[in-house]
Design a protein around this ligand. Structure first.
Ligand code: ARG
Length: 415
């Protein structure tokens, strides 16, 4: 009997070719594992295809609920947005896939796991680091990183072995999808000067073709987790799916990012993430109202750390655990409702309310009912400005250029 390998199988060209290649090169029986994290796909067709191209077994796992509960919502609570732009859809799905690949390999008595990543991207790192953390004894094989075939050669290999080449191979793009967003790379997009052509987008309408009437949405949060959409209670998966549709129809959630990959290259990435962008925006608006200034400042730093850590494949690190504990604790009072206006490609927060709001009208108002003690400001400013005043007397006012030395009006020196 041959040893077994669990291959993360998407149904695309590379992983289909990998089924044959793993048998040819390593003599391994392939168990194809397809994981549904909200990619729009006919999973029974994918399963059939895996068997047709030679897998000894083909499994499909619906992981949408796990994905939302353990990966997407914690990332939302953290406000994780890589380099301020990318909501980390693909990046969040990889550690879950690694976990399910490991579980399946152990259950099936496989000696190895395999994935379809090339050697140039971040995903190989996320899979490999995840698998190594969870099951250090499993061998990891990445056929597309090893086989050294060009696209044309891969198609040739497929044809030679009677592996159906999907029509989508004619698409010049490399695409990855999950509930939290859609990533599109390659083709003309590799020229960062070229505007993404319309055929790149499938989840979002072009803003100029979006409805002429704005759509208002209300999102209800409890402890940083979205639980209602327009007053209706929905489970996480449904809420995200509906919001993807709704915001996508109004052209919201297109992202064009020159991104710093972990492996050292910059790449141009296009994303569609309507629900993710709206939810992140709404969540931050609610935090602005329910967290103190110091909490907000600190949390912004944590958000950057969390985003980098997810992007860089370190999900299973203890640092992630520590940061998650902080993030969770920070969400105790992040409950309430946010109202947004979706219109022609933009989404704006137009209202927010919370029982735990720190916004205090009698302190903020300029109308009657004002309870802010304006006379107290005099003493406050006296002490607040004291160090600046002392320093200016000793150092600034005696300076030949005076205040101008600080205002930076000096001409650059010649030569
Ligand atoms: N650049 C993104 C990331 O590293 C998206 C990767 C998408 N993967 C793909 N095979 N198209 O998370």
């Amino acid at each position: 009997m041959s040893d077994k390998v669990v291959l993360a199988y998407s149904g695309g060209l590379d992983t289909s070719v990998a089924v044959k290649w793993l048998k040819e090169k390593y003599g391994l029986d392939v168990i194809a594992l397809t994981i549904d994290v909200g990619n729009e796909r006919d999973f029974s067709a994918v399963r059939q295809k895996a068997l047709k191209v030679g897998a000894v077994k083909a499994l499909v796992i619906d992981a949408k609920d796990l994905f939302v509960k353990y990966f997407v919502f914690p990332a939302l609570q953290a406000d994780a947005l890589y380099e301020g732009q990318y909501p980390l859809a693909t990046a969040l799905s990889r550690p879950l896939m690694a976990k399910l690949m490991v579980d399946t390999a152990l259950a099936e008595g496989a000696t190895a796991v395999a994935h379809g990543c090339t050697g140039k991207g971040n995903d190989q790192v996320r899979f490999d680091v995840g698998v190594n953390a969870l099951a250090p004894d499993l061998k990891i094989i990445a056929p597309a990183r090893e086989w050294g075939m060009t696209r044309e050669e891969t198609i040739g290999y497929a044809q030679k072995h009677d592996i159906p080449v999907p029509i989508t191979v004619s698409s010049p793009y490399s695409i990855d999808e999950c509930l939290w967003g859609r990533a599109i790379e390659c083709g003309v997009l590799e020229d960062p000067w070229v505007e993404p052509p319309d055929d790149v987008f499938t989840w979002t309408k072009s803003p100029d073709q979006a409805p002429d009437k704005p759509r208002y949405v209300e999102i209800g949060f409890e402890k940083g987790i979205p639980i209602t959409l327009d007053g209706q209670k929905l489970d996480g998966v449904n809420l995200i799916q509906r919001l993807n549709e709704l915001a996508g129809k109004h052209g919201v959630g297109r992202i064009d990012h020159i991104e710093n990959r972990l492996v050292g290259i910059k790449s141009r990435e296009i994303y569609e993430a309507p629900a993710a962008m709206v939810l992140l925006q709404a969540h931050q608006a609610l935090e602005a109202m329910t967290l103190s200034k110091d909490q907000l400042r600190f949390k912004q730093k944590v958000a950057v750390e969390c985003a980098d850590l997810v992007y860089n494949g370190l999900w299973f690190s203890q640092l992630n655990r520590d940061l998650s504990a902080y993030v969770l604790s920070s969400q105790r009072y992040v409950s309430g409702t946010v109202r947004l206006k979706l219109f022609k490609g933009s989404s704006s927060v137009v209202g927010r309310k919370s029982l735990h709001s720190l916004y205090n009208l009698s302190l903020a108002t300029y109308d009657k009912g004002d309870q802010f003690d304006q006379s107290a400001s005099v003493g406050f400013i006296h002490l607040w400005g004291l160090p600046v005043k002392i320093q200016a007397q000793v150092q600034l006012l005696g300076d030949k250029e005076g205040p101008l030395s600080i205002m930076g009006t000096k001409e650059p020196e010649e030569g």
